[in-house]
Write a protein that binds this ligand. Sequence first.
Ligand code: S3P
Length: 163
Amino acid sequence: MKTIYLIGFMGSGKTTVAEILCEKLDVPLIEMDSLIEKREGRAIKEIFAEKGEAYFRQLETSLLEEIPLENMVVSTGGGAPINSINQKLMRRGTVIFLDASFQVIQERLSQDENRPLWKGKEQEKERLLQERWPVYQQVADITIDVEDKSPESIADEILNVWK
Ligand code: S3P
C-alpha cells in the first residue's frame, strides 16, 4: 500500500485515528510532531520559542522527504500541508483529511498549552482554521467528516472508502 498521510487542523484526531489504522493495517506509525520532538530533544513549544516557526517548518519538510513511500501511516502536524513542497511530498501517497468543526476543535483544545499556534482570541483561531480548510480539502484524496464519530468508526470509514 501507498503510505497514508492524515492531515487536518490541530485537535482533529489525526494521531488517535492513525494509531488505530496502524493496528488494523499492521504497518508502522510515524507521528511527525513526536518524532521531531525526539530528534530535537525538546517540545514543539520550545522549538518554536527558541528557533522559530520557520525552523520547525524546515524540520517538517526534511522529515516528509525521508518517509518511506509505502506501508506507513503518518500523522502530520496541522500546518504541514500548507507548504507546497510538503503537499507534493505527501501527494506521492494517499492523503486523508480529517474534517472537524471549529466547535469540536475548541472543546478538545480548551486546556491545551502545548500548541504554539493555538493562542490568542477565539476569532483568530477560527480564522486560522478557515484559511487552512480549503488547502486541506484541496490536498486530500479523501475527506472524512469526523463530527460525532468515534476514532474507531473514523478508522473503519477510512478503510471502507480507501480500499
Ligand atoms: C501546528 C500543529 C501541531 C504542531 C505545531 C504546529 C500547526 O500539530 O505541528 O504545533 O501549525 O497547526 P497537531 O496538528 O498535531 O496539533
